[in-house]
Design a protein around this ligand. Structure first.
Ligand code: PBG
Length: 325
């Protein structure tokens, strides 16, 4: 017999009961705040498609990191804009690049904050692709050397983790080997293992000035139609030495997050990407949705699907809201 013996509404009667039986408890302790470091000093330029997110010089980055740490957010991930772009994205591995200097400055400020460096070439190459180009193709193996160079420069600057987001085959192994050869065996790798070729990265490409000048990223990022392939990508990255794996984007791929969670017993991240953020911001500005409730619902859903770690541009707002509710 079910009703009237069983009444699920009994446990929904008030907030005390609802809180008592809540399955997912969202907290800032699993959040990562993405930031964009640019050359210069005193630069703080808002990204037009991402209200509240800025391209910032190192001095400004450190100030915002202070705020981030104060809110109880444990980590930031840094993306960089170079002074000059070239065919090989040379500045990605420049010891004096904006990201490398930002890592050093955050370290020096002794904040209670983990620093993750995104490892990719697309912000640094003149053609905007994530690897070395030849005759319209992105070459896999020659790119691995450059990615390892970049990761090593981040480790030297003091990064706690490096996060390859390029989707070249074998990059986790190449980076692990290079870090170990240089005595950085304690620097962890957060791999964008299942990164889809998604249209939700549009606003990021404005922020990081990283749009491909020709073609698209379909020959290296994953086809949105595939979920089983994501499990294979994750397995390969783990074999190569990834410590934490990530699915990206988050919301349109919660099924992938859940499948990866069920199959692999490693820390799992999900990236709530720029387009997901911009849609919420735009709708909220129009008064069409309640931003706070929508953001907390989205982040709860990503955690409920199985993500331990959420990279999100909403992190500061969410941390504030969670403190007060
Ligand atoms: C670099 C990179 C991208 C993102 C993170 N790292 C863009 C891309 O692959 O085109 C997207 C993040 C976001 O949209 O918030 N390869």
């Amino acid at each position: 017999m079910t009703f009237p013996i069983h009444r699920p509404r009994r446990l929904r009667r008030n907030e005390a009961l609802r809180g008592f039986v809540r399955e997912t408890r969202l907290s800032a302790s699993g959040m990562v705040y993405p930031m964009f470091a640019c050359p210069g000093t005193n630069v703080r330029k808002e990204v037009s498609s991402m209200p509240g997110i800025y391209q910032q010089s190192v001095d400004q980055i450190v100030e915002e990191c202070r705020e981030v740490a104060g809110l109880g957010i444990p980590a930031v991930i840094l993306f960089g804009l170079p002074e000059h772009k070239d065919e090989l994205g040379s500045e990605a591995a420049d010891a004096h690049g904006a990201v490398q200097r930002a890592i050093e400055a955050i370290r020096k400020a002794k904040l209670n904050l983990l620093v993750i460096a995104d490892v990719c070439l697309c912000e640094y190459t003149s053609h905007g692709h994530c690897g070395v180009m030849k005759d319209g193709d992105v070459l896999n193996d020659p790119t691995l050397v450059l990615l390892a160079d970049a990761a090593l420069s981040h480790a030297r600057a003091g990064a706690d983790l490096v996060a390859p987001s390029d989707m070249m085959d074998g990059r986790v192994a190449a980076i692990r080997q290079r870090l170990d050869e240089n005595n950085f065996e304690d620097v962890a790798i957060l791999s964008y293992a299942a990164k889809y070729c998604s249209s939700f990265y549009g606003p990021f490409r404005e922020a990081a000035q990283s749009s491909p000048q020709s073609g698209d990223r379909r020959s290296y990022q994953m086809d949105p139609a595939n979920a089983r392939e994501a499990l294979r990508e994750v397995a390969l990255d783990l074999e190569e030495g990834a410590d934490i794996i990530m699915v990206k984007p988050a919301l349109p791929y919660l099924d992938v997050v859940q499948r990866v969670r069920e199959r692999f017993d490693v820390p799992l991240g999900a990236y709530n990407v720029s387009g997901e953020y911009s849609m919420v911001k735009a709708a909220a500005r129009n008064g069409w949705i309640d931003e706070k409730r929508v953001v907390l619902e989205i982040l709860t859903a990503i955690q409920r699907a199985g993500a331990d770690i959420i990279l999100t541009y909403h992190a500061k707002d969410a941390a504030r809201w969670l403190k007060n509710c």
